[in-house]
Design a protein around this ligand. Structure first.
Ligand SMILES: Nc1ncnc2c1ncn2[C@@H]1O[C@H](COP(=O)(O)OP(=O)(O)OP(=O)(O)O)[C@@H](O)[C@H]1O
Ligand SMILES: [Mg+2]
Length: 379
């Protein structure tokens, strides 16, 4: 197992390196900052262990850059614990509170994904949750449409506020489609600099531009046969939109700097929390592309309109987190549950998940009180 350790403190870095070298199954590479790590990290690595507080790019920004490519363990001091908690939605495998001993680290590395395990055993809502921890009438209704649409190659546009689960739906669609065994490639338009989106999507030939020392396939080619998930599609630069439309219509792409087209067979799912109609009016989004992407629109309602799911998701997260942090199982007080139900959840499920994790960590005893949810701006 190849592990990258990113830590600016030289003593900590060296002592981790030495301690870990006792384990034959681990191949360790250390980095003194995130930038250096980003240059070197490739598919041969299985896991990244990173500090948070580092000069230059901090650990959380770094984990965002990694974009889910590796399992991540965060090492955090008390001072940065809050920041670590904020990063929970980034899908971090574990947090280790400094100082920790090597056995704790090794246990964290070896632990199989507890979240998935608990999800499978504790939540009996469906034979396979597909990432959905609760259920409600509203959710069932959209899942019904989604199921029908998944079976086809029709383009699906997922609409909904931030944190409602658009990405969860995109995964679900792929897994329930005839393309399930083929690649699922997600690209977040908001996470890639505008100038790089085109080469990211379509790839490039060696020498296509100054930095192109080697040819590279674009995500379109990598997704061939499978599903391409275009996240935050509203952020796609206007000039690239025309090229995307052409690729979808012609079913072929051409790498930058190449004169040859490659046939591609992909299913497109896109998502946005922006108002695309408004963007079209303002001349920021192409109407023709909108119609091409929007064969089947799926509106995912905000969490406050899916009230039945709130306690189910909260309970499931409670179990996961108690297990994750090695606490006895906690529970919510009646008032806490009421608070969860009346709160308006501007950050939707993402917010609920981190509220529960914070409450599990900060609550004084096994019954989580309403005040320990620290819900703000209650409406
Ligand atoms: N029904 C659900 N049950 C459990 N967890 C969920 C559910 N829906 C979403 N989540 C979780 O909530 C978080 C946010 O979901 P997701 O990233 O899919 O939202 P999004 O709509 O794509 O948000 P954004 O617009 O900010 O990208 C993720 O951690 C996801 O796993
Ligand atoms: Mg998303």
């Amino acid at each position: 197992m190849k592990i990258a350790i990113v830590e600016d403190d030289i003593n900590m870095r060296k002592s981790l390196e030495i301690a870990m070298s006792d384990f034959e199954e681990f191949e360790i590479k250390t980095f003194k900052n995130a930038k250096d790590a980003l240059k070197i990290l490739d598919d041969t690595f299985n896991l990244v262990i990173t500090d948070i507080n580092m000069p230059g790019m901090d650990g959380i920004e770094f984990v965002k850059e990694l974009n889910g490519r590796f399992e991540v363990i965060i090492m955090t001091g008390n001072a940065t614990l809050q920041r670590a908690i904020e990063s929970i939605h980034l899908g971090v495998k574990d947090f280790l509170l400094k100082p920790f001993d090597i056995d704790t680290l090794v246990a964290a590395i070896k632990r199989e994904d507890t979240i998935q395990k608990v999800q499978k055993t504790a939540i009996k809502t469906k034979k396979d949750n597909n990432g959905f921890l609760g259920s409600s009438k509203a959710l069932e209704n959209i899942l019904h449409i989604t199921d029908r649409a998944s079976k086809t190659d029709a383009s699906i546009l997922l609409l909904g506020q931030s944190g409602v689960g658009k990405e969860v739906f995109a995964n679900y669609i792929h897994k329930n489609s005839p393309r399930a065994k083929k690649p699922f490639i997600a690209i977040n338009m908001a996470a890639i600099p505008d100038s790089l989106i085109e080469s990211e999507l379509f790839g490039f030939e060696k020498g296509a531009f100054t930095d192109a020392s080697e040819a590279k396939a674009g995500q379109f080619e990598l997704a061939n046969g499978g599903t391409l998930f275009l996240d935050e599609i509203g952020e796609m630069p206007y000039n690239v939109q025309a090229k995307l439309l052409r690729a979808l219509q012609e079913k072929e792409v051409r790498r930058l700097g190449s004169s040859k087209s490659v046939k591609i067979d992909i299913r497109v799912v896109s998502a946005t929390n922006a108002n695309l109609i408004q963007k079209i009016k303002e001349g920021e989004f192409r109407e023709d592309l909108y119609y091409r992407l929007n064969t089947i629109p799926i509106n995912i309602p905000p969490l406050r309109e899916r009230k039945d799911e709130i306690i189910q998701i909260a309970d499931a997260c409670l179990i996961q987190n108690c297990e994750k942090y090695g606490f006895e199982l906690k529970r919510f007080s009646t008032e806490a549950k009421e608070e969860l139900l009346v709160y308006n959840w501007p950050g939707n499920i993402r917010e609920l998940i981190s509220v529960v994790e914070r409450a599990v960590i900060l609550s004084e005893n096994n019954e989580i009180q309403a005040s320990e949810l620290y819900l703000q701006n209650r409406k």
